[in-house]
Ligand binder design. Sequence first.
Ligand code: SAH
Length: 243
Amino acid sequence: MGDPSIRLFVTSPLQAGVELAASEAQSHYLANVMRRSAGDSVKLFNGRDGEWAARIIAISRKSVRFEPLELTRPQETDPDCWLCFALLKRQKTDLVVEKATELGASVIQPIITERTQADHVNLDRLRAIATEAAEQCERLMVPEIRAPLKLAALLNAWPSERQMFIADERRDGPGLRPPADALQPIALMTGPEGGWTSAELDGIGAHPLVSRCSRVSLGTRILRAETAVIAGLALLLAGSSQE
Ligand code: SAH
């Protein structure tokens, strides 16, 4: 019964017959906005135990309890793709987080570059946007949203095995192509509206921890920073199996 398309991210373990509680916000949504009742079905996922069909077993305005009934999709290994994007103004950052979640980024890392105009994020808000996007797009996990880092700090902690693709608006590099192994650790780096400085591009390439990096083109036009994120992730991830 009920609208089976309601799909919620929870933090508790999911196991047949082991009851769990909804958060207060989810309880409000289910009881007051969606007007669900006891017995109605929902789908639940927690990023670890796959997706479950569950039943609402108790509902009030402030608290809802679920009982998981059966596994509907086993947990999959998502591609390991970080998005490192130069922080944008609020609305564009919100858009980037939503789209990167839909497209399958595993970690979303805002970075501060020389020409970045913004320096503040509300991580709770971005995590809520990512959670809602994952619920809506049927992902089985929510990407991790990290606090902003200066480019130098990111590079000084760079895991050398991770292959970096730098979206370079000078467009003289090769076109962006996904790596042959869809599960290999990769990262897309995109610059701010003002672009990368030459010193930044040279510095990334010369950094001792960045052993695998290429500057790539996203086509012949200069894209807005948020367009570059969406186009770049689509090229890197759209072909991956997600299995
Ligand atoms: N103001 C800059 C453009 C910056 S575009 C200029 O006029 O040159 C913002 C970011 O989007 C860039 O730093 C780059 O990471 C990415 N980008 C935009 N267009 C691109 C393209 N055609 N190829 C690769 N990256 C691109």
